[in-house]
Design a protein around this ligand. Structure first.
Ligand SMILES: [Zn+2]
Length: 382
């Protein structure tokens, strides 16, 4: 069990990360982790404490997070028992399961463009592995999950020794939390990390009548902490607000949608950019994309220059409030970035800039474009 205490962060919070998520699922039970998260949150004990404080949960590919936040110092102590027993001693009642199934399915039908991007990438990048399964699940599979199956999965994944992480705002909470958790579970299997190098990236599109959605993505497997940070920098440098691609594209197109994708899992990091443009601009956009990538790959000094001009790159927004607390805990858990009070800037030196460049070199940003019906164009960026 990992347990971390962050002193002096207001408000006080307690978060449990359970090593359960869609990557452990199969096609036929895809969404079961998400459904369990919903049913746990609908537990009467959890609902009761949620009336007087903020309670939140999220299911990702590898982890399910449960967070409780209270603005009144000291208030959490009395709520911890209910919160934790709600998570690890959930009754998983059939009628609650039935209600939450409907909620999850309707939630999935309203997936944002952003999560659709994720799914396009997932499918392509992780094809053949369980990472390609949608994190939230497939409505069809969720519909068919029985209460019995749900309970069995819960037993296996929550109670029989998956890894648990605890993140909280003071040592007393940690002590109390661990004690309560240990009433219900025992701990900790080591987690296997597959080896691997960089994977080629891909560019996809979905076409409707007037506009095209394109995704360019890049994936690195088993990156160490430094490489992860470099990948973030690369993303920022390439697709960030003032990034190269943004710059190249902003002046040229009338873009109405441009979104960065970035996700860190236990053993890989996924970065990319999603764009939606008018159909008639697709070819121009691809040319610019190719040109921008070529610029990075061909010019050894360019990144150094560009980064020197910018001096500092802001990598992690460390300002803390309830809204992004969960996000910060995910950072802490999944990228091992430290969770501290202050905003953090990092300086880039020549060496680091070369590493970022190397990420581009090695990863061979390669693109394939296709639509629902037809392959429009294949582009190889070499
Ligand atoms: Zn949900």
């Amino acid at each position: 069990m990992e347990a971390k205490v962050f002193n002096g962060i207001n408000p006080s919070f307690f978060c449990i990360a359970v090593n359960v998520g869609s990557c452990f699922e199969q096609k036929k039970n895809n969404g079961i982790s998400h459904l369990i998260e919903h049913v746990v949150m609908a537990d009467s004990r959890v609902k009761r404490i949620a009336q007087s404080c903020h309670v939140d949960a999220i299911t990702t590919k590898e982890w399910t997070y449960y967070l409780i936040v209270d603005n009144v110092p000291g208030e959490l102590y009395s709520k911890l028992e209910d919160f934790i027993s709600g998570i690890f001693d959930s009754e998983l009642l059939s009628d609650v399961v039935a209600i939450e199934k409907r909620i999850v399915i309707s939630e999935l039908s309203e997936r944002s463009t952003f999560s659709q991007y994720y799914q396009i990438i997932n499918l392509h990048m992780h094809n053949g592995s369980t990472y390609s399964l949608p994190t939230g699940g497939e409505p069809e599979a969720i519909y068919h999950i029985s209460t019995k199956e749900l309970r069995q999965y819960y037993q296996e994944s929550y109670l029989n020794g998956r890894r648990i992480g605890i993140y909280c705002s003071d040592p007393k909470l940690k002590e109390m939390g661990v004690e309560i958790i240990e009433k219900y579970i025992y701990l900790s299997k080591p987690f296997n990390k597959p080896h691997g190098g960089f994977m080629p990236s891909s560019l996809h599109s979905i076409i409707d009548s007037k506009q095209t959605t394109l995704v360019l993505a890049n994936l690195a497997f088993s990156p160490d902490k430094t490489t992860k940070e470099k990948m973030y920098l690369l993303m920022d440098y390439f697709t960030g607000k003032d990034g190269l691609l943004q710059e190249a594209v902003r002046t040229r197109f009338f873009l109405y949608f441009f979104e960065q994708i970035c996700s860190v899992y236990d053993n890989h990091i996924l970065i990319g950019v999603g764009t939606r443009i008018k159909n008639e601009s697709v070819n121009d956009y691809l040319t610019i994309l190719k040109h921008t990538i070529d610029r990075v790959i061909c010019s050894k000094d360019m990144i150094v220059d560009a980064l020197n001009n910018r001096k500092k790159i802001y990598i992690i927004n460390k300002s803390c409030n309830i809204v992004n607390l969960m996000e910060r805990i995910r950072w802490e858990n999944e990228i091992n970035s430290s969770l501290t009070e202050n905003d953090e800037f990092i300086d880039i030196n020549d060496e680091e800039a070369k590493l970022i460049q190397a990420c581009f070199d090695v990863s061979l940003w390669k693109t394939v474009v296709f639509s629902n019906q037809e392959i429009i164009k294949g582009l190889k960026m070499e």
